[in-house]
Design a protein around this ligand. Structure first.
Ligand SMILES: [Zn+2]
Ligand SMILES: [Zn+2]
Length: 590
């Protein structure tokens, strides 16, 4: 339930602690927690409660039993309330069973907005077949490209965590273990022989990391064909069992790369114990640039003539990438619908739309595809049917719900890329983590219109922030209002109560919004995607674009991960995948 780092600390410092789940919150009881001098007890049982969104969202509350006071009779700030709170699971754990007389610093919420079976309504259309994608951070892809350009064949074991999302199999690259030079018996441009000590160590590393081992080697030369030779097939037969067994994953996978320009072409396969063998269909490289490479064994088809003008601008390869990219758009309002409209006209054909709301009459001024007839329909459905009229072959899925629910956040594991087009802070925390844990780039969009005291419009500020491995996340950039994020996790009633008591900020009311500005910001977000795919921008790309439309000014900046934060490669969370708890945070009840 708890992130591993907290489990470790608790194990070391409070071995007698008990962890329990209640209503989506986690409660931790530490018996006989020692207190400093000056209190009415030397020790008391401490109960800590952690809210959904923890650790981004701060711990929620604490209780002491028996209640603790200062010996000098002075009050303890923010711990005035004393209440009896009987925690259903925990009451039985303390002997003898007793209610918890508590010192409370905060009110609590036990329900989450929109929780319940009505919270999620999914819909999926269009034909799907199992697709396996190997996702590589730019750093690993660079290592593979460098090896592919070596005139001699070389080999290594690539470790990847596997995430199976019903029809979309994702392999998240973790590390590359090169065969040491001493383990090559023979090495030439067309051949190599390797002693088993060259790779068995990597199989142990795969087991320790919960990863599958991918046997990687190169077929050198610019015209090299990255398809398995007869000799490669023999090697597969010789080592598959060992790889499946020693890695503890039951899977043997292969990857062959040949140089193509600065990058590489590849083929690859995945063989679970007992088979059958399937193709690794695509490699998705996410770094400074984003590149989608299809398995060499699959033939590319010529782009549809309707894309002629696009192809004249950026070529048929990029057009094919757009057609194959799986994109999620979170938020189907002014910005999200404008992003969707542009993506589909550009040629994107796999879209997942997520939004919790129904269309209101004041949305029609901004939401692409909406008409007065659509009022009170789900926004995602209004948008999907509009997009399907533009592109009848669109594979469009919709979810009416919020990404702050685990089941909905998990649906995002199946996509290559996410546009964040909502104005909530709690959802941003989830997308920020997703970009690291699933190696899924996120383009997060924000817009703020400001007025002076007389209500006159004076500021039109747009923000487009790109989260990709190597860039600082939204938390490192201070782009999330943590107090608002915590408040958004609560029910409307609890939120109001908290705001009235001054514990939490009131959520922003209905914000002003104008179609010209939401569309301008959406276009800048799509420009960000196109540059990452096509590469017309500077070599060191900015990771944020700020539009000050009122001043007709654009500025950019670049931020890197903070030391020790989850987005930093040193913390080992890049491509962590499905490791529990999902995204390393707490989730509310659904
Ligand atoms: Zn080979
Ligand atoms: Zn960060």
């Amino acid at each position: 339930m708890l992130p591993p780092i907290d489990q470790g600390h608790l194990q070391a410092r409070a071995p007698g602690h008990v962890v329990s789940l209640d209503g989506g919150m986690i409660a931790i009881v530490i018996p006989s927690f020692p207190l400093p001098n000056g209190f009415t007890a030397a020790a008391a049982d401490l109960m800590l409660r952690l809210a959904p969104g923890y650790p981004d969202v701060q711990p929620d509350m604490w209780w002491f039993a028996p209640a603790v006071r200062r010996t000098d009779g002075q009050p303890i700030a923010a711990t005035e309330s004393r209440e009896v709170y009987l925690w259903p699971h925990l009451a039985a754990l303390v002997a003898p069973p007793q209610p918890w007389p508590v010192a409370v610093r905060n009110r609590f919420a036990r329900e989450l907005p929109g929780a319940g079976p009505e919270g999620t309504r999914g819909r999926r259309e269009g034909p799907r077949r199992m697709t396996t994608t190997l996702v590589l951070p730019g750093t690993l892809a660079d290592e593979i490209a460098t090896a592919a350009h070596n005139p001699l064949e070389c080999a290594g074991v690539l470790l990847a965590r596997r995430v199976d999302v019903g029809g979309e199999d994702r392999l998240l690259g973790r590390s590359l273990h090169w065969v040491p030079q001493a383990a090559y018996k023979e090495q030439s441009p067309h051949h190599m022989m390797i002693r088993s000590e060259g790779y068995v160590g990597a199989l142990g590393a795969a087991e320790a990391d919960g990863a599958i081992p991918i046997w990687f080697h190169t077929h050198p030369g610019e015209g090299g064909v990255p398809l398995p030779s007869k000799h490669d097939r023999q090697v597969d037969r010789d080592i598959a069992d060992l790889f499946q067994l020693r890695s503890g994953s039951g899977v043997y996978a292969t990857l062959i790369a040949s140089p193509r320009g600065e990058r590489f072409a590849f083929s690859g396969e995945l063989t679970p114990e007992g088979g059958p063998t399937t193709l690794i269909d695509r490699v998705w490289i996410v770094g400074e640039r984003w590149r989608l490479i299809q398995n060499f064994a699959r033939q590319a088809s010529a782009p549809d003539v309707i894309f002629d003008r696009n192809v004249r601008a950026f070529g048929s390869d990029i057009q094919a990438v757009l057609g194959d990219l799986r994109v999620a758009i979170v938020g189907s309002g002014g910005t999200g619908s404008a992003v969707a409209e542009q993506l589909v006209r550009l040629g994107v054909r796999h879209l997942l739309l997520i939004d919790n709301d129904t269309l209101s009459e004041s949305n029609v001024t901004r939401v692409y595809g909406s008409t007065p007839d659509d009022i009170s329909k789900a926004k995602v459905e209004v948008l999907r049917s509009h997009l399907t009229r533009i592109a009848p072959n669109l594979v469009g899925s919709t979810i009416q719900g919020m990404t702050t629910f685990k089941s909905i956040a998990k649906a995002l594991r199946a996509v290559d890329l996410v546009f964040g087009c909502t104005d909530d802070n709690a959802g941003r925390l989830v997308l920020s983590r997703l970009s690291t844990f699933l190696l899924t780039p996120v383009i997060d969009v924000g817009i703020l219109l400001s007025s002076d005291r007389n209500g006159a419009l004076i500021g039109i500020d747009g923000r487009i922030t790109t989260l990709t491995p190597g860039a600082g996340c939204l938390v490192c950039r201070n782009r999330v209002d943590m107090a608002r994020a915590a408040a958004e996790m609560r029910t409307p009633e609890e939120r109001k109560k908290l705001a009235d008591e001054g514990y939490a900020p009131a959520l922003r009311q209905v914000e002003p919004a104008v179609v010209a500005f939401t569309t301008a910001v959406a276009a800048a977000a799509v420009n960000e995607l196109l540059d990452r795919l096509i590469g017309y921008g500077p070599a060191e790309r900015p990771t944020e674009t700020l539009l000050r439309l009122h001043e007709r000014e654009i500025s950019t900046n670049r931020a890197v991960p903070r030391d020790g934060h989850y987005c930093h490669p040193g913390t080992g969370k890049w491509g962590a995948g499905d490791e529990e708890p999902f995204l390393g945070q707490l989730w509310g009840a659904e």
